[in-house]
Design a binder for this molecule. Structure first.
Ligand SMILES: Cc1cc2nc3c(=O)[nH]c(=O)nc-3n(C[C@H](O)[C@H](O)[C@H](O)COP(=O)(O)OP(=O)(O)OC[C@H]3O[C@@H](n4cnc5c(N)ncnc54)[C@H](O)[C@@H]3O)c2cc1C
Length: 424
């Protein structure tokens, strides 16, 4: 095998494994600090989960996925095909360790701790995106249009009381809107189904998330970073320091490796000897194409109907909740298709005959809704940046800044203990 050593060149050589929004942001933050970065992906930049998400930079998402109410309703919830999360029976046994931890994360005391751990990441998420995009590319892709949740009933609004309490506790700005105010923000919504709204004005929106990953990498490339299209098979600490990375082309040695392989990251942590509880909450989208453009001004969440509608670059898109089915099961588009009539009820301008694309993506999800950010306790030349679950676009830039700080060994800007891989 060809052993190509980059370690002797000046500066630090860093391999970034995975070119989703997280890996691309990391590549840029490290290139901007003078590291010599090589980004690896078997697919195109931004083609994983980062391709088709709902585009929200949701700075107020301080409520973890596991909450006491979710845990209480899990038995019906997971097996009801119309709920926000479904479990494929075949995956039940495999997902059990993840589910046990998920249930533990839903205790009130843990929810408070997790929310407190999400808050410093989220409050820095927009400034971090602005700082990365100011390095060259991507700024125009981030629109300051806010994030809107719309409730059709008082009962639905009441069920989200915990969310509003946690947002208040962590200083998230939001306003509660009546039906008239919601209609002013989004005039094309069906007024008969508007009861209340919750609007977070400070959230951002990216209507083409893959393009943001590519824009970040372009800025990194302008600073000398390289992209290698290859399947990474293995990473391994080297005896004298540094890490080797094996692809089909051979073995390369780097001063450091950042694992940012999204839902596929567990395998690489295992190779280093770190264990992590990571599964995928798969999500679907369905695009109504350009004919359905211009109907919305921002992403709109319909919590009672368990979907999001967003005005993406190529038309309005419908996004589903979670499916626990593992990494390899074939997509099952029946669920997202079943949501189309409900989507047309809230946004009557949608034309169901115009569906242009169906897509499935794998959210890289930890059971406690917190990402894994930090050095491996077994090899300080391996740094982790994965497990961002529902918030990978939101948290990509702040995660990248933290990784750059960790590599520089500067004091932590806030306590990074909750994100350590050692918590598993
Ligand atoms: C329907 C849906 C809606 C969402 N909406 C939002 C939202 O509004 N806001 C938000 O913040 N988040 C949202 N998310 C979550 C967000 O999309 C993810 O958290 C984020 O994309 C994860 O980014 P990533 O870079 O970690 O992973 P990915 O984008 O999946 O990138 C990982 C990359 O690693 C590569 N890779 C893996 N293994 C290997 C290997 N062996 N060799 C080479 N390459 C490898 C893959 O090819 C992939 O490109 C949503 C997700 C879904 C599914």
């Amino acid at each position: 095998m060809n052993q190509n050593t980059m370690k002797t060149q000046p500066g630090r050589s860093v391999a970034v494994l995975g070119a989703g929004i997280v890996g691309s942001a990391v590549a840029l933050a490290l290139s901007a600090e003078g590291h010599r970065v090589q980004l690896f992906d078997r697919a195109d930049i931004g083609a994983g989960a980062s391709y088709g998400n709902a585009g929200g930079i949701v700075t107020g998402a301080v409520t973890p996925t596991a909450t006491p109410a979710i845990i209480r309703s899990m038995p019906t919830y997971l097996f009801d095909p119309n709920s926000a999360a479904v479990l494929r029976p075949r995956h039940s046994l495999r997902v059990l360790p993840w589910l046990m931890r998920f249930i533990a994360a839903g205790r009130p005391s843990r929810v408070a701790q997790i929310s407190a751990a999400l808050a410093p990441l989220l409050s820095r998420s927009m400034p971090a995106h602005r700082a990365l995009s100011a390095l060259g590319n991507g700024d125009e892709l981030i629109q300051p249009v806010g994030w809107l949740k719309v409730y059709a009933t008082e009962a639905g609004f009441e069920r989200a009381a915990l969310e509003r309490r946690l947002m208040r506790e962590h200083g998230v700005h939001f306003s509660i809107l009546d039906a008239h105010e919601v209609a002013e923000l989004e005039p094309n919504l069906n007024r008969a189904l508007l009861h209340r709204g919750v609007f977070q004005p400070e959230c951002g929106f990216v209507n083409f998330p893959m393009a943001l990953a590519q824009a970040y990498f372009e800025s990194a490339r302008q600073r000398g970073a390289r992209f290698t299209h290859a399947e990474v098979e293995r990473i391994e600490p080297l005896a004298g320091g540094g890490v080797s990375l094996t692809t089909g082309e051979g073995v390369l040695a780097f001063d450091a490796v950042v694992v940012a392989a999204g839902a596929w990251s567990k395998r690489f942590a295992r190779q280093i000897g770190d264990s992590v509880v990571l599964d995928t909450e798969r999500g679907y989208h369905l695009s109504f194409g350009p004919s359905a453009g211009g109907l919305l001004r921002r992403p709109v969440v319909f919590p009672e109907r368990t979907f999001v509608l967003s005005p993406m670059h190529d038309g309005t898109c419908l996004f589903s909740g979670d499916e626990l089915a593992g990494m390899d099961a074939l997509p099952d588009y029946r669920r997202i298709r079943a949501l189309v009539p409900k989507a047309r009820e809230v946004l009557p301008g949608l034309d169901a005959s115009q569906v242009e694309r169906e897509w499935m993506g794998r959210r890289p999800s930890t059971p406690d809704s917190l990402p894994v950010i930090g050095r491996s306790p077994r090899c300080r030349d391996v740094c982790y940046a994965f497990g961002h679950g529902h918030l990978g676009l939101t948290l990509a830039a702040i995660s990248a800044q933290l990784v750059a700080g960790i590599m520089r060994d500067v004091p932590e800007p806030f306590d990074l203990t909750p994100y350590r891989i050692a918590r598993f």
